[in-house]
Design a binder for this molecule. Structure first.
Ligand code: ADP
Ligand code: MG
Length: 201
């Protein structure tokens, strides 16, 4: 097993994040934690790559449908649909349009518990109920209800890998091995080294 400080996760700034001119604000929030940026690129994605990205986990279609239905139940409302698979397929179709509508930025961040820390800073899927202080909670207003009413995907600025396994597969989809840079940040000495040597003069 590699050292825990080597955990990697994929972040995508979605087309709405770019259009809202939030690139700097978003990167700042991940960077200041102490996580290390090891790869970055900007591109306009192909529909097929987006489909592959969201179907890396073959259960995702069902899970995303179940999560959508549950989001209504949690608010004491009845979802406008009941078949998780149907919802999942509809979300996938809409996501393909959304994610290819303009440039996106892909980044790989590395550090202790990178997947969990990035999810925490990003916030929950639905901006309406994402925690205050998270990127999704602070910078946008979307909800399942308005997205479903207009038959479009929830615009929530960011994609962040859900698990370490998912992260590895997503990174392999978007990046070549040699695009992931192996280097040390000086601050890692303070974050991770066993002894904090070299501070006192
Ligand atoms: P997350 O991005 O938080 O991991 P999911 O993996 O559940 O969320 O869903 C992927 C993306 O699909 C979400 O970020 C959102 O943009 C979109 N989405 C999910 N469920 C719905 C829905 N019911 N209606 C519209 N868009 C949705
Ligand atoms: Mg997800």
């Amino acid at each position: 097993m590699s050292h825990p400080k080597k955990e990697q996760t994929l972040i995508i700034i979605k087309p709405d994040g770019i259009q809202r001119t939030l690139i700097g604000e978003i990167i700042k929030r991940y960077e200041r934690t102490g996580l290390k940026l090891i790869a970055l690129k900007m591109l306009i994605a192909k529909t097929e790559t987006i489909r592959k990205h969201y179907t890396i986990d073959p259960e995702w279609i069902i899970k995303v449908g179940e999560k959508s239905i549950l989001s209504y139940e949690k608010k004491g409302l009845k979802a406008p649909y009941s078949d998780p698979e149907k919802v999942g397929n509809k979300v996938l179709k809409n996501l393909q349009g959304y994610m290819t509508s303009g440039p996106i930025i892909l980044m790989v961040w590395e550090g202790n518990q990178a997947v969990g820390i990035v999810r925490k800073i990003t916030g929950g899927t639905e901006p309406l109920v994402s925690d205050v202080g998270t990127i999704r909670g602070d910078f946008t207003v979307d909800s399942y209800q308005i997205a479903d009413t207009d038959d479009r995907p929830i615009r929530n600025l960011i994609h962040a890998s859900g698990t370490v396994d998912e992260a590895q597969k997503e990174i392999a989809l978007w990046f070549l091995k040699e695009e992931l840079l192996n280097y040390r940040l000086i601050q890692e000495q303070i974050l991770y080294d066993v002894n904090m040597d070299g501070v006192k003069e």
